[in-house]
Design a binder for this molecule. Structure first.
Ligand SMILES: [Zn+2]
Length: 117
């Protein structure tokens, strides 16, 4: 399959076009991970201190790197829903870019060399 793309620059252009179309249809793009968790509130008299069923939440925690530093944020359920989509978009864009780069390589290597001299 991988050896095929070089012989098939038409297919490569079509696949690049497809990747561009998918990327341009996306709106929000975010990195990091989203975790859903329940917590104790720290009050010794609260039920959550002894009963795991009485934990508070769920809370949505977004962990990401920003300028080389790990950043945590707590999100509302609405924000978490949007973030989930944005993270999925980001992963898909990375996969599409990989494909775009692979097909570009095939096209460039498929350009016939001119005889020098
Ligand atoms: Zn509590």
């Amino acid at each position: 399959m991988a050896q095929d793309v070089g012989k098939n620059p038409k297919g490569a252009e079509r696949r690049i076009e497809e990747a561009r179309r998918k990327i341009s249809a996306m709106d929000l793009v975010c990195s990091g991970t989203l975790r859903k968790r329940k917590k104790t509130c720290g009050r010794s008299y609260c039920r959550c201190a002894t009963d795991p069923e009485a934990l508070h939440g769920p809370y949505y925690e977004w962990t990401r790197y920003e300028e080389g530093r790990l950043v945590h944020r707590t999100l509302s359920p609405e924000q978490a829903m949007e973030l989930e989509k944005a993270i999925a978009n980001y992963r898909e864009i990375q996969a599409l870019l990989c494909e775009w780069r692979r097909e570009s390589t095939a096209i460039i290597l498929g350009i016939p060399k001119r005889k020098s001299g």
